[in-house]
Ligand binder design. Structure first.
Ligand code: MN
Length: 265
């Protein structure tokens, strides 16, 4: 399943002059990225770990990601600009995420993708490690998962002694290849990465991927599970994901109320 099923553009994003100074992004884009960090924490998709990136709205070969920190505490000042090779443009000495290559290489391989969420959300991990069991769309809110999410086996790209992290461009490329035209890729013994054409869509998908995984684990204990057909999955993407604004507004308000309740405006 691809974010844009009629996509016919270039096969990958060209890298422009890396030294060229970047045009300022829309302030709304960065505000949305900060909000996404808070929502993903509040919804239990990320904890102290995990991250969300968005493509630069004026330079498709650049993206934004927080510095190395817990997503729930990210502010506008913590956002760093990167090239698609994962080089920080303006880190100013700040530590950056080891796994930034996930975002850069997916954004390079998929011009139709503008936002990426990487997490270790709780119900996904069991489905990444059992042979013969695959995450599949089980309900209408998660049609984007389709009839079977691919699983990235890091041993195939990095041998059997890695720390399982996507810590360089080679591993990032291998992960992007496994994602292929899907919207989610599981990472064995690690978590998952979700792609969307906007921050709101990627956040929506990350939240509902976790819920789908939880339902699937519960249903598999009861008996044989009926999953969505390919046609149902596609219809649900079209008809349900047109409404990503509604959960976004609710989740953002809830995250803000909780932050202010904790004295962390
Ligand atoms: Mn990770």
């Amino acid at each position: 399943m691809s974010s844009d099923h009629s996509y016919t553009g270039p096969a990958s994003v060209e890298i422009a002059d890396e030294a060229a100074p970047s045009e300022a992004p829309s302030p709304d884009l960065l505000n949305e990225l900060v909000a996404a960090n808070h929502i993903l924490f509040d919804q239990g998709v990320v904890d102290a770990f995990g991250h969300v990136a968005v493509r630069h709205d004026k330079r498709p070969d650049r993206f934004f990601l927080a510095r190395n920190m817990a997503p729930g505490q990210v502010t506008r000042d913590d956002i760093v600009e990167f090239t698609l090779d994962g080089k920080a443009v303006d880190a100013g000495g700040r530590r950056v995420y080891l796994e930034r290559f996930i975002h850069g290489q997916i954004l390079r391989a998929r011009p139709d993708v503008n936002a990426v969420v990487h997490s270790h959300s709780h119900s996904i991990v069991p489905l990444s490690v059992v042979q013969g069991v695959q995450l599949k769309a089980i309900f209408h809110m998660a049609g984007f998962i389709g009839t079977g999410a691919p699983v990235f086996e890091i041993r195939e790209a990095g041998g059997d002694s890695t720390d399982l992290l996507i810590s360089n461009n080679e591993l990032g490329r291998a992960l992007a290849q496994k994602l292929d035209r899907h919207d989610i890729v599981l990472m064995r013994g690690h978590g998952s990465t979700v792609a969307g054409n906007s921050v709101k869509q990627a956040v929506y998908r990350a939240v509902y991927a976790e819920l789908n995984a939880r339902y699937q684990l519960q249903a598999m204990q009861l008996g044989e599970v009926t999953f969505l057909t390919p046609g149902e999955s596609l219809a649900c993407i079209k008809n349900v994901e047109g409404q990503v604004q509604r959960p976004w507004d609710l989740w953002l308000e809830q995250a803000r109320l909780r932050r202010s309740g904790n004295g962390a405006l």
